[in-house]
Design a binder for this molecule. Sequence first.
Ligand code: CIR
Length: 252
Amino acid sequence: MLALTREVSAAIARCELTHAAREPIDLRRARHQHAEYERALETLGCTVRRLPAGDDLPDSVFIEDTAVVLPEVAILARPGAPSRRGEVDAVAAALEPLRPITRLVAPATLDGGDVIVIDRAIYVGLSSRTNREGIDQLRAIAAPHGYSVLPVVTSGCLHLKSAATALDGRTLLLNPQWVSKEAFAAHDHLCIDPSEPGAANTVGIDGQLIVSAGFPRTCARLEGAGFRTIRVDASELAKAEGALTCCSLLVS
Ligand code: CIR
């Protein structure tokens, strides 16, 4: 497994914010935590390739939002925030040798953080960043490869993956306050601890999970359900509304 990551930009203080109030971000601390996250990816067997942040791209560390990588094809996103559209070209260049590439086009908008791929299902959040046209274009690309593309309404969070992530090939972790359990009826699910609303975002690789150290109760639930976890401190990039999945693009 290759994990593409991207350096934390020196301009991170000017990141997009939707739900959080702006507060100072310690760049050194954010970069240190990001490096620990990359180390966790390596512990789970990934080869990490870190791309430079790029000029004046405050949110470029959140590389997940720029593409959806399937085994058959890489789909370049058209991020919902105009300030983030300049992030896509460098990621396209990194993906080009690895996959056939297609690109979503206007008026579609879609952030990779709204896309959960689990088995042959692709759940896509209808959010402030991803519109119906984005979902339709994704479906037109993925359906010929045998994927079902299913829209999911979210509320109270930035992306679908703030509310749910795949733990393995059949089980999701959900925050039922931000997304309806019924939307995922075809799959098994576990719920986060209700006192930790941000805890649904985990990185699952081969049945092992990277989880945020800030959510110990949910982590205990996951371990009780038999998952092995690696805890990382993701508190500094959380001030930019970033979580764990958003800091890598996994290419198997
Ligand atoms: C943004 O608002 O676009 C960034 N500040 C945070 C993006 C986080 N991405 C993700 O969770 N997939």
